[in-house]
Write a protein that binds this ligand. Sequence first.
Ligand code: NDP
Length: 453
Amino acid sequence: MLVLKTAHLKGLDQFMAGLRQRNPHETEFHQAVEEVVESVMPWYLQHEEYRKARILERVVEPDRVLSFRVTWETDDGDIEVNRGWRIQFNHTLGPYKGGLRFHPTVDQSVLKFLAFEQIFKNSLTGLPMGGAKGGANFEPKGRSDREVMRFCQSFMSELHRHIGEDVDIPAGDIGVGSREISYLFAQYMRMQNRWAGVITGKSLAYGGSAVRTEATGYGCVYFCENMLNHVGSSLSGKTVAISGSGNVAIYAAEKALQMGAKVVTLSDSGGFVFIKDGLNEAQLKFVRQLKEQRRGRISEFAERYKAVEFHPSARPWGVNCQIAMPCATQNELDAKDAKTLCGNGVMAVSEGANMPLTAEAAHLFAERKVLHAPGKASNAGGVAVSGLEQSQNSQRISWPREEVDRRLQTIMFEIHQQCIQHGAEIGHVDYVTGANIAGFKKVADTMLAYGVV
Ligand code: NDP
């Protein structure tokens, strides 16, 4: 046992040293790879066929990294230049699939971490999708609709030649919601002179799927309910802290309310709101309008409701809660936050965002045996319904809302089962290990079957 553990640590250290050397300065990418390799290494070392085929070395090398200039004009006639990317990481299981992020913090490291995660997330859904991610270091906040439109048109003028309904199908992510998807899709049609289901997250009027907007947040809550049911509990009556107030956070809050939980926080990059009595439906409607239509700040929510407190420049993890759902961005919950949450008796952490925990925070939850669902499992509902949108587009049909929601619930249940299958320990499920091994195994087996390519 000790010999195996030493071999595992040595293997991990050597592997990570090589990866860091080959990909200098890409810290988010290193973090995402280490999290996966740390979980799969003991299992990987027992499988000579994978080692001989160098599956790990191959899977961390993207198929290709596309980077391009995006030039556009402001309303005042100034010329702006941004950088756009599409990382087509791995298409072993199907056409490349993954969102586009527009945010000033976007760089190659962030997109490589997201694309890498996406490979295993997509594998867990059971749908035929490879892993990709893209975006630009563009800040849509504070820009007019026309400026965002011109940016999207310029971005797609290059991207269109690299995507296609059987090649690569982007979707939204931070800063890319239904407004941006519409501009991007229209430009694709203009460049190609054809309608194709080449982007998901489209509006219902032109080929979108029911429940796609809600899918990531709803799926995160369904996954959490599965984890709680597995230990004989449920969300009903639990106090939930949510971070973010974008697409994922809003629909996680909506589903948590529907399931009888009490949601006590939401946030944005300006701070968090504490809703002592729990968010109610009227308040949720207000937040949706504030964020989706007016693109306002979460502080305005506290200005509107006297019982809601605003805490500027702070994160919500100090609030008493049994369930934490980080739904904003990467590394938004660190070891100090994790200690505070454990001290306050947190039972479960269900990640809506991608890699929202620092490595130290994740290790702390593992030591304390807190139920911790990694994003590649708990936020897979978004890409799963994107996959269903592709199926509907291919067949030129659209399924009713109940049908899509039923399929989403089944997919989240099955992801949970896969995590148990590969992560069960005596009296506890290690969801991080379970998700990583289950996601990795399918990709590795298929790569073996393909031979040396
Ligand atoms: P949105 O752009 O709709 O919302 C993002 C939210 O996070 C906003 O409230 C934003 O606040 C906040 N936020 C962003 N960056 C920071 C930061 N540095 N510090 C504090 N708050 C921040 O994005 P989504 O809701 O779509 O995405 C949220 C997360 O979920 C991301 O990690 C994304 O990758 C992940 N995800 C999304 C999926 C989807 O279907 N949309 C699918 C799977 C995962 P502000 O407005 O002030 O910037």
